[in-house]
Structure formats: structure tokens, C-alpha cells
Write a protein that binds this ligand. Structure first.
Ligand code: PRP
Length: 179
């Protein structure tokens, strides 16, 4: 375990097993689509989860990426997100699954859902490795959840603190001395 952590919350083995289950569910749910499913991963935290999950999806998929800023200017009620990197290809009339590492307040997802609807996607679902429902500020429907977690400061498997710890192969809880 990394010395800045106090605990391992979810092991690498658990992440792989859960990704297999999620991949199988998604493959079954989308098996009758005419066009391939598009996985839209939100940079950067979702990268390790996307890489694991896609190995376990057996239907044809495409992948694309978006990067959005955290809220930017504005008060709580008016804040919005800025697109730092947009999709490369059209999603008009296509089925999309947004791939997230964690859903916290839900505000990122709420904004991205709005953007993708405006781009004309026909269906949009969400898969997230982690869900912290106790922190939710807006209602968002996360169809595929890997692990529901308590309100702990977690890092690893894509999740960072000041851009560090994304490379850890597990999800750990930060030790108070280091943040
Ligand atoms: C994190 C995470 C989600 C978002 C969740 O991204 O990857 O996108 O925050 O928080 P919310 O539900 O409160 O909106 P972050 O902006 O830290 O970027 P990163 O993925 O590059 O770390």
C-alpha cells in the first residue's frame, strides 16, 4: 500500500471482477443495436476504468473522449462547466455510454448529459466505477455502478489528489496527514 494511504477500500481484483460483470451487462443490454455503441470517457480519471471495462464488452464499440473543466466561474446555482476537449466524431442518432470514475455531486454528469443530448445522441446511459451518493447535489441516473462508497477521500485507479496517485492499481483512502 502507498505510504500516503490509511486503507485500501477496493482491491485491483475486485475492480477487475466488477468490470467483468458491468461489461457483461452492457454487452447484453446493447446487443441488438444496429450501430456500434460509443463509450464516451471523461478525462482524465476514467482512463484506467475505461481500459479495464472495454476488455469485457463483447459487442462492437467505439471510444471517444471529452475533457471538461470543474465548474469554472459562477456561484453554486449558476456554475457550469467548460469543454476543454470535445468529441472527435458526431454522436447524432447514436447510443452512448458515458464512462466515469466517480459520481460525487453529480454536477459534471448533469452538464455532460445536457451537452450530449444537444449533440443529438439517441440514448445516453452512464457507467461509473464509484458512486458517492451521500455527496449528491443534483439528481442523475447512473445505470451501471461498480461500487457505492462512503464519503471518504479516495484516490487510485484514475482518481487523483493534486494529479498524483492515478497510477495506483486499487482504490485507497488518503491518510489525513497528506492532504
Ligand atoms: C472528477 C471525476 C468526475 C467528477 C465528479 O473529475 O472524474 O468527472 O470529478 O464530481 P462531481 O460529481 O462532483 O461533478 P475531475 O474534475 O477531478 O477531473 P479528473 O477526472 O481529470 O481528475
Amino acid at each position: 500500500m502507498h505510504k500516503h494511504l490509511k486503507d485500501i477500500l477496493i482491491t485491483h481484483e475486485q475492480i477487475v471482477e466488477e468490470s467483468k460483470l458491468l461489461g457483461a451487462r452492457i454487452s447484453e443490454d446493447y446487443k441488438d443495436q444496429d450501430q456500434s455503441l460509443i463509450l464516451v470517457a471523461l478525462l482524465k480519471g476514467s482512463v484506467p476504468f475505461l481500459a479495464e471495462l472495454m476488455k469485457h464488452i463483447s459487442i462492437d464499440i467505439e471510444i471517444d473522449f471529452m475533457d471538461v473543466s470543474s465548474y469554472g466561474m459562477g456561484t453554486e446555482s449558476t456554475r457550469d462547466i467548460r469543454i476543454l476537449k470535445d468529441l472527435e466524431r458526431s454522436v447524432q442518432g447514436r447510443s452512448i455510454i458515458i464512462v466515469e470514475d466517480i459520481v460525487d455531486t453529480g454536477r459534471t454528469l448533469e452538464a455532460v448529459l445536457k451537452i450530449l443530448k444537444n449533440k443529438g445522441a439517441s440514448t445516453i446511459d452512464v457507467v461509473s466505477l464509484l458512486d458517492k451518493p451521500s455527496r449528491r447535489e443534483v439528481t442523475v441516473d447512473v445505470k451501471y455502478v461498480g461500487f457505492e462508497i462512503p464519503n471518504e477521500f479516495v484516490v487510485g485507479f484514475g482518481l487523483d489528489f493534486a494529479e498524483k496517485y492515478r497510477n495506483l492499481p486499487y482504490i485507497g483512502v488518503m491518510h489525513e496527514d497528506y492532504y
